[in-house]
Write a protein that binds this ligand. Structure first.
Ligand code: ZN
Length: 101
């Protein structure tokens, strides 16, 4: 249950960063501090996959847009939360493997 809440907050974190909105949480509060800096870099890569920035914000997954920052955030949360959740889980799995080695 706790993990599910953290995952939701991580999806929000990614969507906010992708839309250039201010964050409501620190990444260090959502994942282990030891992997937070690495995870921040993973998120930057996810954002490149999620959002196109030429001529305003556009969704890279379904090509909708252009959006305002707020509109981009809402689109990602409403339409692509599952996609982002999947990316976050995959990245976390990878990072935890690296940390354990
Ligand atoms: Zn989309």
């Amino acid at each position: 249950m706790r993990q599910e809440i953290a995952l939701k907050k991580l999806v929000e974190y990614v969507a906010r960063k992708a839309s250039a909105l201010t964050q409501r949480y620190e990444l260090e509060d959502l994942v282990a501090p030891s992997i937070a800096p690495l995870f921040e870099r993973s998120i930057d890569k996810m954002i490149v996959t999620l959002v196109k920035r030429n001529g305003g914000l556009r969704c890279n997954l379904c090509d909708k847009g252009p959006f305002t920052k707020r509109g981009m955030y809402l689109h990602l949360i409403r339409v692509h939360a599952k996609d982002i959740e999947f990316m976050v889980q995959e990245e976390l799995k990878k990072l935890l493997e690296v940390v354990r080695k």
